[in-house]
Design a protein around this ligand. Sequence first.
Ligand SMILES: NC(=O)c1ccc[n+]([C@@H]2O[C@H](COP(=O)([O-])OP(=O)(O)OC[C@H]3O[C@@H](n4cnc5c(N)ncnc54)[C@H](OP(=O)(O)O)[C@@H]3O)[C@@H](O)[C@H]2O)c1
Length: 250
Amino acid sequence: MSKRLQNKVAVITGGNSGIGLATAQLFVEQGARVAILGRDEKTLKAAAEGLGPAALAVQGDISRMEDLDRLYARTTEAFGKVDIVFANAGVVQLRTLEETDEALFDKLVSINFKGTYFTVQKALPHLNEKASIILNTSLAGSIGVPMTSAYAATKAAVRSLARSFAAELVGRGIRVNALSPGAIHTPIGARMDSPREVLMDYGAKMMARIPMKRLGAAEEVARAALFLASDESSYVLGAELTVDGGVTQL
Ligand SMILES: NC(=O)c1ccc[n+]([C@@H]2O[C@H](COP(=O)([O-])OP(=O)(O)OC[C@H]3O[C@@H](n4cnc5c(N)ncnc54)[C@H](OP(=O)(O)O)[C@@H]3O)[C@@H](O)[C@H]2O)c1
């Protein structure tokens, strides 16, 4: 069987960890050349080594315009025009409404919302015809989850962007869709700075809400990203594909 992304060029923000890294691995297996962006040099280097010669690692921050310009300049220089953008990078912390301070609010908006917005805008001059853009949202953008209000709102905003961007870009033959993970086993949990008992309590409550009664694997989200990236989803536009064990649907 021929590879599903043969000769395609993909950009994956946050491709050095979790869902982004699993997606980069799958895209490379399926014949794509993949540029990954992240802030952390060490995990970027390890990811690039694991992905091999079909990958390019670019150090940068999606909330910084000059870093996004550099991402696309380096990608097109190395691989040519871009067929797939997976705007995946994002951050989260568990905080109640009372505990959410202005600094965390600004960080979440700056990375998850503004960063995703400009990841797509900066890609526009570099996209091939029939490009596919995938925005990573979250179950939290669709249902009320305690301790995630600011994060959830950034993801609901990103879900809205998938519709607006799709409407603007359909005339160019570019498809934009959202991919909404549920509770997925990735390093994102270890980045949360809440006390252990808060994390345990949050995890137990989340697990109780999942109809499939297990966490998802990053590879399960990557396979959905592959579907949205490839021509197999050629009539899917402005949609949000949930990969969440049924949390938002049952
Ligand atoms: N895991 C879940 O349960 C879950 C559920 C719903 C949605 N999501 C979403 O899925 C996406 C990926 O999360 P994950 O679970 O794979 O977590 P992860 O392993 O922590 O990965 C997050 C990635 O984003 C990158 N990143 C964060 N801020 C960045 C910035 N300012 N500029 C560039 N890169 C940045 C990180 O790299 P650096 O730290 O090196 O920058 C890392 O590669 C996120 O948008 C998250 O909100 C995850």
